[in-house]
Design a protein around this ligand. Structure first.
Ligand code: ADP
Length: 710
């Protein structure tokens, strides 16, 4: 080997050694990395095992039933509590995956399970379901569970559900017990108020007797104080009764069809009697397109309006009270709202006090209002009633200028016949003019059918100016006998009569000789505008509302009597009327001036209007009313729970009370009639005694000469 070759070898060996050293270093590095990786692996393994362990621990110690599922709703894991309720599956089965619906089959009923599975599917699809409560029975034990269903996501992917059943049985039981205790308290309050009312009425009645019979000014002044305090107490008790009913959830909204204009009419009449002598104008502005037939709780709507109107009267000395009614913007589509407002020009409410007036027992501005009676419960009750009818109540007021209360209620109408322009003009009941008939019909024969004596007398009296031959019948059968004996030119038929009502009687008359051609006019205490069609469909030619308005009667006579029997321009008609009612005819010349009533029980102006403005006729009607046996009959029907006839009789009382101007009594009879109609006989049982008491007071007032004719 020469020298050159050797140095070349040397060089190669060095290179190899260098390479070996480099490889060794890399090897070492790899080893370190390897070691590092396997250490990390061990660490990761240990960590995730630990995490699974933690989750398991969490589930085990969970006091609730908790189930985790995959995205196909197969179980993945469940808390220990779950296995206490569900013995069909063990830990391994649940871990290896059981359909969720099977896993819960012993905990939920079939219906609940179907609903629950539907909710789970919704949550998987991204819906949010609020926790909800179910009541289930397990081994004859009752359980309430609050169920929460949560979605589990990982890296934007749905991996399953987290389901939680929290047992709330004890909480719900405690809640129910508390509710029951509260209801018992409410019931006690209601019963007590009820019991207190009866003796209170006796106190009012007795003090009224003292005021009537006793001459000593001192005794009279004491009695007057007793009466006014007792009245205040009664109104407080009535409010408490309503309030406790609302609180205990016993206040119900009972809906039925009613006539809007009739409801407004009742409210305005009552408002008039409250205003009494105060110089306050009433303005009614109801949108004429409002449908006449409305569906709602007429009694409670009236209560709201009357509460607001009573306040308006209380806090207004002069000016006006305006009632406005409008539909909401959607007009009459499906369920819609009617917006009412009551505006007065009274004392107003301070801005700082407005927020308080809907709170219970609050009376604001007490210094200024110290003479005004009230409970501070009226507005809270009103607000609750409005809420129960799906509306809100608001108040706008300017201190010293007046207030406006607006509220809306949900309603609906199926027929859209509009109310038209409602007229409640002031003159309506102002000076009552003596009615003068504009024609006579001396050759006409007229039959009046009504089971009520007062109604008959009113109708006969109202027909006197026409000089016709008038017969009366007190039942359907009686009408048929009279009809078979004589040919009548016109029949007035009461609609609601016991045994055979007006519709049945009319259809029987139609089958008799001349029955087809004789006009029959229904007499009804119900109908108002738009009822023509209804009555025509029932077989009548026309209808006349009770109390009979003399002017309306004249229209009906003109429209229905044969033309050839009508004699125009007979000035003697009224004289004949006067002799018929055995009156001193001079008493009639001055219409309403001679009559004054010392009580709000009877609105004598109204009664006088229904008596053609003739005091003697009115006096006669009052006498007939007071001597009637209406209440006894109604009482008996109540005792027998004969609701059909009870309804007929209170309906009749509603009409005859209005005829003599006993507005409150008529209203009360109406609310009882409506309650029977809507099946709420509990209301009747609770309130019938009020009818009895009010009726007695009206009769006492008449008998004592309280409605004076000078
Ligand atoms: P009350 O039975 O005492 O009238 P409410 O709850 O009906 O109770 O009314 C509460 C208070 O609100 C009244 O006492 C009165 O101070 C005030 N208030 C209500 N309506 C009117 C109104 N139209 N004008 C002035 N103040 C009113």
């Amino acid at each position: 080997m020469d020298a050159t070759t050797e140095s070349q070898y040397q060089f190669e060996i060095k290179k190899l050694n260098r390479e070996i050293r480099r490889l060794n270093k890399i090897n070492e590095l790899l080893r370190v990395v390897n070691e590092q990786v396997s250490r990390t692996q061990i660490f990761i393994q240990k960590g995730s095992n630990q995490r699974v362990f933690y989750i398991k621990q969490l589930l085990r110690s969970s006091p609730y039933i908790q189930i985790l599922t995959d995205s196909k709703l197969q179980t993945v894991m469940a808390s220990d509590v779950y296995y206490q309720y569900e013995k069909d599956f063990d830990y391994d089965e649940i871990r290896s995956g059981v359909p969720l619906s099977s896993a819960l089959k012993n905990i939920l009923s079939v219906e609940q399970l179907n609903d629950f599975m539907e909710k789970c599917r919704l949550v998987l699809n991204g819906a949010q379901i609020e926790p909800y409560v179910v009541r289930t029975y397990h081994n004859n034990e009752k359980y309430d569970f609050q169920i929460t269903i949560q979605l589990m996501m990982q890296n934007d992917e749905v991996i399953g559900l987290n389901i939680l059943f929290v047992e709330t049985t004890t909480i719900i039981d405690a809640l129910e017990r508390a509710k029951q205790a509260d209801m018992a308290k409410g019931k006690f309050l209601a019963n007590m108020s009820h019991e207190i009312r009866t003796p209170m009425n006796a106190i009012v009645g007795m003090s009224e007797f003292i005021l009537r019979d006793c001459e000593s000014p001192k005794a009279r002044s004491y009695a007057s104080m007793i009466r006014s305090s007792a009245k205040t107490l009664i109104s407080i008790i009535n409010d408490i009764l309503d309030f406790s009913k609302i609180e205990s959830g016993k206040m119900e909204i009972i809906k039925s069809y009613y006539k809007f204009s009739s409801m407004m009419n009742d409210v305005v009449i009552l408002l008039r009697s409250r205003i009494h002598e105060k110089p306050i104008n009433i303005i009614v502005d109801a949108d004429p397109t409002i449908p006449e037939r409305q569906y709602g709780d007429e009694v409670r709507i009236k209560q709201i309006l009357i509460n607001l109107l009573s306040n308006a009267v209380k806090f207004t000395h002069t000016g006006s009270i305006t009632i406005k009614v409008n539909p909401d913007v959607n007009k009459y589509e499906g369920n819609y709202h009617l917006i009412f407002s009551v505006t007065d020009t009274g004392i107003g409410i301070k801005e700082s006090e407005i927020k308080n007036i809907f709170n219970t027992f609050v009376q604001v501005d007490t210094k200024r209002n110290r003479t005004v009676q009230g409970t501070g419960l009226g507005l809270p009750i009103t607000r609750q009633l409005v809420h129960m009818m799906g509306g809100e109540i608001k108040v706008y007021s300017k201190y010293g200028k007046g207030s406006t209360f607006t509220f809306d209620i949900e309603t609906k109408s199926d027929r859209l016949t509009p109310i038209g322009n409602l007229k409640f003009d002031q003159d309506n009941l102002g000076n009552v003019e003596i009615f003068k008939a504009s024609f006579t019909a001396p050759d006409a024969s007229i039959l009046i059918v009504d089971d009520n004596d007062l109604n008959l007398q009113v109708a006969i009296g109202l027909l006197v100016p026409y000089k016709s031959k008038v017969d009366s019948a007190t039942s359907g059968a009686d009408a048929m006998i009279k009809f078979s004996r004589k040919r009548y030119d016109l029949v007035f038929m009461d609609h609601m009569m016991p045994v055979m009502d007006g519709v049945e009687t009319t259809s029987m008359l139609r089958k008799m000789p001349f029955g087809e051609s004789t006009p029959v006019v229904a007499l009804t205490a119900n109908a108002l505008k738009g009822a023509d069609e209804e009555y025509r469909n029932l077989g009548f030619q026309d209808f006349l509302s009770k109390p009979i308005d003399p002017y309306e009667l004249e229209k009906i006579l003109l429209n229905n009597l044969p033309r050839n029997l009508v004699v125009k321009g007979d000035q003697q008609a009224d004289e004949l009327f006067d002799s018929h009612t055995d009156s001193d005819s001079s008493a009639d010349k001055d219409s309403s001036k001679g009559i004054s009533t010392s009580s709000e029980l009877i609105d004598s102006k109204l009664g006088l209007r229904y008596s053609m403005g003739k005091p003697e006729f009115y006096k006669k009607m009052l006498g007939i009313f007071a001597s009637g046996n209406h209440l006894k009959e109604i009482d008996e029907l109540l005792n027998e729970k004969n609701w059909v006839d009870y309804q007929i009789k209170v309906h009749a009382l509603k009409g005859i009370a209005m005829t003599i101007g006993a507005v409150e009594l008529s209203e009360l009879a109406k609310s009882l009639e409506q309650s029977v109609k809507s099946g709420n006989t509990d209301y009747v049982l609770e309130h019938h005694h009020e009818l009895r008491e009010l009726y007695q007071k009206v009769v006492d007032l008449i008998n004592s000469g309280g409605v004076k004719i000078s």
